[in-house]
Design a protein around this ligand. Structure first.
Ligand code: TYM
Length: 338
């Protein structure tokens, strides 16, 4: 994990703490790819940086078009993040649309962003193919909204999975273009990765993703998690139970690395064919349920108290107001809007 150093100056002279920002779409149930690739880092970084985490409902509107579904998923995602360890006393958690100034900043950023930069974004090209009936403009301008998300708070540390690397690179370019035209204003965002920057899905080939439907969900009923894990594709060359397995390319074995210290033993069992794929999957189900047990309990409790979650989100958005006002005043001034 590489990241900018936090300041160690004495409190009286200390510059403002380095800010960390990340966002997650409320576009479905959180899965272990989200956790291993990003959320674990949100939790770890909340004490190292001034951390701000956001449920990006504006972004989700590019694919989710039903109001009730979006509202429900937004609250569920907030509940999930709290259950997984985000602590409102140590970080700020809020909903993107509750600080709508981000849409203004995105517009301003679009005026320094060549269309060709947006058109070459890999996720835009993918979405254009995957949902040809709905190539809305939000899909194209999606990375400019991400850039605005991050630097509205002048954040520079951005914990994400590797699938966001191209977006982050484009955010940096947009910020650079703004700074070049209007003078130094924003820090350039830096991606920070976990030990699992790309988690593969149950198909063992593509990244785990809600839109592909190859996920292992964190908060699904235990039977559903069992079904998802037992459906995982393993080493396709291991045909007979007595064939030796290849843990390096088996996704089930790879996931064991993150759910116990004894994964080398598990790998050894596979290599020597002492254990079969089914045994290794059953063990993974157990480990996942054990690992997420406390979070699953907290999730159920919090889901039953939506008022608590809503209050945390409201307070989060309110707390950010002074930062947002200061950034927008500076930007409007520099661009000749005041
Ligand atoms: P989203 O909602 O698709 O995913 C949330 C986070 O989970 C990570 N992730 C993964 N990491 C490893 N392996 C996987 N299979 C996997 N699947 C998802 C993602 O990389 C991400 O970090 N565009 C963003 C949301 C966003 C944002 C931002 C992020 C909006 N504004 C500003 C950072 C900064 C997205 O759709 O993430």
């Amino acid at each position: 994990m590489s990241e900018p150093a936090a300041s160690a100056a004495s409190p009286a002279l200390a510059p403002p703490r380095v800010r960390c920002f990340s966002g997650i779409q409320p576009s479905g149930a959180p899965h272990i790819g989200n956790d291993l690739g990003a959320i674990r880092n949100y939790v770890a970084l909340q004490d190292r940086f001034e951390s701000i985490y956001c449920i990006v409902d504006f972004h989700a509107l590019t694919t989710t078009h039903d109001a009730e579904t979006l509202r429900r998923r937004t609250r569920e995602m907030a509940t999930a993040l709290l259950a997984l360890g985000l602590d409102p006393a140590r970080c700020t958690l809020f909903v993107q649309s509750h600080r709508p100034e981000v849409a203004e900043l995105m517009w301003l950023f679009l005026t320094v962003t060549p269309v060709s930069w947006l058109e070459r974004t890999p996720t835009y090209k993918e979405k254009r193919e995957n949902q040809p009936e709905d190539v809305n403009h939000g899909l194209l301008t999606y990375p400019a909204l991400m850039a605005a998300d991050i630097v509205l708070y002048k954040a520079s540390v951005v914990p994400v999975g590797r699938d966001q690397a191209a977006h982050l690179e484009l955010s940096r370019e947009i910020v650079r273009a703004f700074n070049n035209r209007y003078g130094p204003t924003f820090p350039e965002p830096q991606a920070v990765y976990t030990q699992a920057p790309v988690v593969l899905g149950t198909d063992g080939v593509r990244k785990m993703s809600k839109s592909i439907g190859n996920t292992i969900e964190i908060f699904a009923p235990a039977d559903e998690i069992r079904r998802q894990v037992m459906s995982m594709v393993t080493d396709t060359q291991r045909i007979k139970r007595t064939d030796p397995g290849r843990p390096e390319i088996c996704n089930v074995c790879q996931l064991h690395r993150f759910f116990g210290d004894d994964y080398e033993e598990i790998w050894d069992g596979e290599r020597t064919a002492r254990t079969g794929c089914v045994d290794t999957k059953k063990l993974l189900v157990e480990r996942i349920l054990r690992h997420y047990g406390p979070a699953r309990e907290r999730y159920a409790e919090l889901l039953a108290s939506p008022v608590i979650v809503d209050r945390i989100l409201e307070e989060g958005a309110a707390r950010l107001r002074p930062i947002v006002d200061a950034t927008m005043a500076e930007v409007r001034e520099k661009m000749g809007l005041r």
